[in-house]
Structures are given as structure tokens and as C-alpha cells.
Design a protein around this ligand. Structure first.
Ligand code: NAD
Length: 377
């Protein structure tokens, strides 16, 4: 029997992406994999059922789950969906380790093998599977367009019969994947861009995109290419230098994050008070509490003429390409697990082992296991 892969319709409010797009389904079909797509699964991402010509469109969700060997999702499956799965089924998606403890416990109890795409190690070999990168790139790009929409200014310099318009000054804070994409996008629109990050390695990356690096003389590399939390003295030094750049900016985009911790607060209310009326802050860290003290997740506020927007579900706003990139990441993650037409994950492969959330009746991800056991140390 061929391997059966199911793609359910996402049910999380605000989620518009779909786990597989038609082009990727065709690639799986060529590998003799049967793909079951729940009716309407791609509609919110503008992939109608009719385009899934290599898939079987199913309307009976219960039957789909009971037939599946592999379930590919964007958001974690609901408790009801988990209960419909056969024991031993593979579930692959953004499964929110650290957060969905009840669902993860249910996956463990039902003997489901689940892989959280957030846990794919960020090594060169796994770059093509890295959903954090693909979706962060979407968010960085979209943040600039949101800023352009909310700003009353042109981004580029314009020389017109009505005079010369000066370009927008944009400051991008956090130069990881989202921040670098935001810098590149703002530059393409013609803005004068400054970038800042606590990791010294980003200076060259920021400059290679044609932006100026704001040098604060605080180096805070953590482990695994991530930043560490700043000390109080370092935070004061950071704020002292950033204040003047932010006061001069028309657009500020913040993307700073720390793994497993709330977003660092980089822009206090006092800094916003010094900004010009009409300036815009897009806080991409809103989900983790925001980089700006005034950000409210999902809200757009006006603070003395400064617009502060903390958008949520940003990749869903660009659902066509976000789904395409996500689906290709899943394809690259799944196909190495298939040997001679059978599912055979190689547990000695660090990509597979590190991404496993539950397997063989256990929670494999240690921090999540500790949280479930009530031991957060
Ligand atoms: P992230 O989303 O965790 O954080 C965004 C940025 O915020 C980071 O660059 C971080 O240094 C920065 N930051 C944190 N605290 C800050 C503060 N107080 N002030 C200013 N900036 C602050 O980062 P990410 O985009 O996921 O990237 C994390 C790392 O992973 C980077 O080193 C990146 O190059 C690396 N990476 C590796 C691969 C790979 O090899 N497969 C793929 C993608 C990313």
C-alpha cells in the first residue's frame, strides 16, 4: 500500500496557510505517495480544490484521519483531530512545543510520532526545511509594506515638478532572518535604512544590503547563533544610542527575539514620546510581548501621532507564498524519511531526532517534557 499523507483544513482562527500546495502534492504523487486533501484546505491561501489534481479531495474528516500514515499541518491539530488518528501516525507541523502542553500530552498518550518544525536544527543541511526562516522572511517583507501603508510618506526620494521629496528614514531593530528581509525590502522601496542587532556578526550582513549599521558596542552573542539577554547596564547603553536614531526615524520595524523568552523591551514609552508625529512602528515581536513597551498584540494604536502596530499571524497575510515556502520545507523534511516506499525515519539523524516532539509514547523534546512534568528548571 502506498504511504498516505493527509492535509487537513486549518481550523485555527486567523490561519490562512495550507500545509501543501498543488505543485508539492504532484511531487509527492511522483514518489507514489497518495495525498488526501480535505475539501477547502487551500481555499484561504488561494489554492482551490480543483488545482489539487494529483490529490484525492476528501470531505469525511474522520475517515481522512483514520486512513492517514502522515498528517501535515500548519497549526497544531485539535484534541478532536488527535483522537481520530491511528496509533503510530506521523504528525508534522508547527506544533508549538513549550506551549500546547495538553495537546502534546495527548499526542504522547495516543502513541503518535510528532515532529515540530520549530525544532528543526538550524544547521546548513537543514536550511531547506527551516520553516522559522521561510516564514520570518515573509514577515520581514510584509512588515515593510504595512509600514508603507500606514505612513503618510513616500519611501523613495522623488524629484517632481512639485519639488523634491526626501526618502523615508527606516530603522530596523533585530537583524535575523525577518530583520534582514525587512532591510532589503525597505531598501528596494528606496528608504534610507539603518539596522541594528546585538550580534556583532550581523554588521556585515546589514551593510551588505546597503544599510548603515548602528554600532552600540554591546556584543551579546548567545549560543547557537542566537542573542543572549542584555544586562541592565547594556540595556541602558543600548537605549542611550538607539534613542537618537529612533527619534530621527519615520519608520521603525522591530524583530528582536530571544529563544524561549519574552521579547526584549527595546523601545520604552519615553523613546516613542520623542518620535515625530506621523512616524510608524511595526512590532513584529508582538506575539512575544513586543519590543516596544506600548505595543498591544494585534492592535494598531496612535500614541501622540505615532502609529504603533503589533501585527499577529503575519505569514497568513501573504498566504500564497508563505504556504508555498512552508510546503517545500515540509517536502524536504518528509522525503528523506521515505525508504523503498515505506516510512523509515532515521533516528540517528540529528535533524529527525532533534525535531521529534513525541515518539513511542514519550515526549522527546526535553524542555517540553520538563514543562509537562511541572519542572520548568
Ligand atoms: P530570532 O527571530 O530569534 O531573533 C531576531 C534577531 O533579534 C536576532 O538576530 C537576534 O540577535 C536579535 N536580538 C535579540 N535580542 C536583541 C536585542 N536586545 N536588541 C537587538 N537585537 C536583538 O532570530 P532568527 O532570525 O531566527 O535567527 C537566529 C540565528 O539563526 C541567526 O544567527 C541566524 O543567522 C541563524 N540562522 C541559521 C540558519 C541555518 O543555518 N539553517 C537559518 C536561519 C537562521
Amino acid at each position: 500500500m502506498p504511504i498516505r499523507v493527509a492535509v487537513p483544513r486549518e481550523t485555527t482562527p486567523g490561519e490562512r496557510r495550507v500545509a501543501l500546495i498543488p505543485e508539492v502534492v504532484r511531487k509527492l504523487a511522483k514518489l507514489d505517495i497518495e495525498v488526501l486533501v480535505e475539501a477547502g484546505a487551500g481555499v484561504n491561501a488561494h489554492y482551490p480544490d480543483a488545482e489539487y489534481d494529483a490529490a484525492r479531495i476528501v470531505t469525511d474528516t474522520t475517515a481522512m484521519y483514520s486512513e492517514a500514515d502522515v498528517v501535515l499541518t500548519v497549526q497544531p491539530p485539535s484534541a478532536e483531530a488527535i483522537d481520530k488518528l491511528r496509533e503510530g501516525t506521523l504528525v508534522i507541523g508547527l506544533l508549538l512545543p513549550f506551549q500546547r502542553l495538553e495537546h502534546i500530552t495527548r499526542l504522547k498518550e495516543r502513541n503518535i510520532t510528532s515532529f515540530a518544525m520549530e525544532l528543526v536544527p538550524r544547521i546548513s543541511r537543514a536550511q531547506s526545511m527551516d520553516v522559522l526562516s521561510s516564514q520570518a522572511a515573509v514577515a520581514g517583507y510584509k512588515a515593510v509594506l504595512m509600514a508603507a501603508n500606514l505612513s503618510g510618506r513616500f519611501f523613495p526620494m522623488l524629484t517632481t515638478a512639485a519639488g523634491t521629496i526626501r526618502p523615508v528614514k527606516a530603522v530596523i531593530i533585530g537583524a535575523g532572518v525577518a530583520g534582514l528581509q525587512a532591510i532589503a525590502t525597505a531598501r528596494r522601496l528606496g528608504a534610507i535604512v539603518e539596522g541594528y542587532d546585538v550580534r556583532a556578526a550581523t554588521k556585515e550582513q546589514v551593510e551588505s544590503l546597503g544599510a548603515k549599521f548602528i554600532d552600540i558596542d554591546v556584543a551579546a552573542e548567545g549560543t547557537g547563533g542566537y542573542a543572549r539577554e542584555l544586562t541592565e547596564a547594556e540595556k541602558r547603553q543600548q537605549q542611550a544610542v538607539l534613542a537618537e536614531h529612533i527619534a530621527a526615524a519615520d519608520v521603525v520595524i522591530t524583530t528582536a527575539a530571544l529563544p524561549g523568552r519574552p521579547s526584549p523591551k527595546i523601545i520604552p514609552a519615553s523613546m516613542v514620546a520623542d518620535m515625530k508625529p506621523g512616524s510608524v512602528i511595526i512590532d513584529l515581536a508582538a506575539e512575544g510581548g513586543g519590543n516596544c513597551e506600548l505595543t498591544q498584540a494585534g492592535e494598531q494604536l496612535d500614541h501622540n501621532g505615532v502609529t504603533i502596530y503589533g501585527p499577529l499571524e503575519v505569514p497568513s497575510m501573504l498566504a500564497v507564498h508563505a504556504s508555498e515556502m512552508y510546503a517545500k520545507n515540509l517536502l524536504n523534511f518528509l522525503t528523506p524519511m521515505i525508504q523503498d516506499g515505506q516510512l523509515a525515519p532515521d533516528w540517528d539523524d540529528e535533524v529527525i531526532a532533534d525535531s521529534a516532539l513525541t515518539h513511542a509514547g514519550e515526549i522527546r523534546h526535553e524542555p517540553t517534557r520538563k514543562l509537562v512534568a511541572g519542572d520548568a528548571s
